[in-house]
Design a protein around this ligand. Structure first.
Ligand code: SAM
Length: 271
């Protein structure tokens, strides 16, 4: 249905977003060296599947806007390596209440699947949910998941503000919540913390402003009953781990758009 009365809707291109027969992009030496330095090891066909994912991402990027990084060597470092810097946190996570069951991870604002998809590829025992608001990106994620046969991945199209209020499916249902490049920490906290179980961790991949963002997010984290642990600098960014200490107050997350428009604790600088 067209949302502009009197004007026909643009026909949506429903053709394949990428060529599923594409072969793998070969990992760069810089990527392999960085993984060696970080003691990241690969099993079986992990590298081949990561390389096929990058090939699909690159191919689909010609049709939909998924990434500005398209040089293969850069993609291995800035997309795959950067995502895998979260591995030590994910692999060592243990529930404080001692309950059994597979570790669950939600990637908020996953876009083309980062950092969630590389983690799902190398950690098949972790149940990964990719949350993304944009329909075209969700279509890409579903197609990639099917093409790579990732049985541990589900794709959800929703805004975090809406899914975060869904007590049956999403609210306080995840051990780990990841996010990269979705917004400043004061906004991102409201979009991510509601999904974590009490005792669960939010893992935000941040850039050079990580320390300033932590200061700006102080009021938001306090209101959300969450606490920043020691950030970890990596060769590609800064990981900010946030521990959820108690249940999120009912009023959060606020309605769609509000966390960005009016972050808890006041406006942020505009740049
Ligand atoms: N995380 C990916 C990465 O690092 O490449 C994508 C980053 S992209 C800059 C931000 C993504 O977050 C977009 O795909 C956007 O649609 C999604 N997003 C932004 N706000 C969102 C929200 N409130 N709920 C769900 N997705 C959201």
């Amino acid at each position: 249905m067209s949302d502009a009365p009197g004007r026909p809707a643009e026909p949506e291109d429903r053709g394949p977003l990428f060529d599923a027969t594409l072969s793998t992009l070969q990992p760069s030496q810089a990527f392999l060296d960085a993984c060696g330095d970080a003691a990241i090891a690969f099993e079986g066909d992990d590298l081949a599947r990561l390389g096929r994912y990058l090939a699909f991402l690159r191919d689909a990027n010609a049709k939909i806007n998924l990434t500005t990084i398209v040089d293969p060597d850069e993609m291995w470092l800035r997309h795959i390596y950067d995502s895998l810097t979260l591995l030590p946190f994910v692999a060592s996570y243990e529930r404080e209440d001692g309950t059994d069951g597979p570790v669950t991870l939600l990637d908020v604002g996953t876009g083309g699947g980062l950092p969630g998809l590389p983690l799902a590829i190398v950690l098949p025992d972790v149940r990964v949910t990719l949350l993304e608001a944009t329909g075209k990106k969700v279509r890409f994620l579903s197609a990639v998941t099917a093409a790579l046969g990732l049985a541990n991945v589900r794709v959800v199209q929703a805004r975090a503000e809406d899914a975060g209020r869904d007590r049956v499916e999403h609210r306080e249902r995840y051990d780990l919540v990841t996010s990269r490049a979705v917004g400043p920490l004061a906004t991102l906290a409201e979009l991510t913390v509601p999904f974590a179980r009490v005792g669960g961790l939010v893992l935000a991949i941040k850039g050079e402003r990580a320390d300033a963002e932590i200061v700006e997010a102080k009021a938001a984290l306090h209101a959300l009953h969450a606490h920043v642990r020691e950030p970890l600098r990596t060769p590609t960014g800064t990981i900010v781990p946030i521990l959820k200490q108690r249940s999120t107050p009912k009023m959060y997350p606020r309605r769609a758009g509000e966390p960005k428009r009016s972050p808890i604790g006041g406006r942020l600088r505009d740049d």
